[in-house]
Ligand binder design. Structure first.
Ligand SMILES: CC(C)(COP(=O)(O)OP(=O)(O)OC[C@H]1O[C@@H](n2cnc3c(N)ncnc32)[C@H](O)[C@@H]1OP(=O)(O)O)[C@@H](O)C(=O)NCCC(=O)NCCS
Length: 156
């Protein structure tokens, strides 16, 4: 049975292993792992993380936050959230879909009006996943770190 719940500090090692499956860029990996601790730093932009758990094993992670300025540009409503990160341990077992469903309900509950996201060309394999999940492509874009990619949005 899959359970989706807020991340706990104990989950960080399992999350690190999942990130390492896909992020080989050491700098990005380090930055992303440091971001897991944002929730402990009141001054940092707050990312809310949820994990998918199966038989007490963490099999996926998703994080969102209020959309930063550079992402608000791709929104059409007043209070967008940003899907910050998503990764699963084993692909195509429904974990990604359940994590997306969870943040759709959580962001709605928090009063967000929309979810926006950026995905870089190095993750092009996952782009049709977002199309399939009902996200609408906005435009191609360049991330603050100058990576080329694509943006999506979905209204809540
Ligand atoms: C992208 C990712 C999160 C998808 O999660 P997943 O658990 O493999 O996806 P699911 O099994 O929940 O798939 C849900 C639906 O999307 C479809 N789908 C999954 N991956 C897809 C893809 N790459 N392209 C098109 N459709 C896809 C599934 O067939 C399924 O369809 P259905 O509901 O009609 O049966 C996962 O592949 C992943 O972690 N990829 C590596 C990291 C990554 O790319 N993260 C995103 C970076 S921006």
């Amino acid at each position: 049975m899959m359970n989706i719940r807020p991340k706990k500090e104990d989950d960080d090692l399992a999350i690190k292993e999942i990130y390492s499956l896909y992020w080989t860029d050491k700098y990005f990996l380090k930055h992303t792992l440091e971001r897991l601790k944002d929730s402990l730093d009141p001054l940092a932009p707050k990312i809310s993380y949820f994990v998918a758990e199966e038989d007490s094993v963490v099999v996926g992670v998703i994080g969102f936050r209020g959309a930063p300025l550079h992402m608000q540009f791709f929104s059409k409503t007043s209070n967008p959230a940003e899907l910050y990160i998503l990764a699963v341990k084993n692909q195509k077992f429904g974990v990604g879909k359940n994590l997306i469903k969870k943040i759709i309900s959580e962001t709605k509950k928090l009063g967000y009006t929309e979810i926006v996201l950026f995905s870089s060309v190095s993750f092009k394999n996952s782009w049709s996943f977002y199309d399939h999940m009902g996200f609408e492509r906005v435009e191609s874009a360049i991330a603050p770190n100058e990576e080329q990619g694509q943006t999506w949005r979905v209204e809540l």
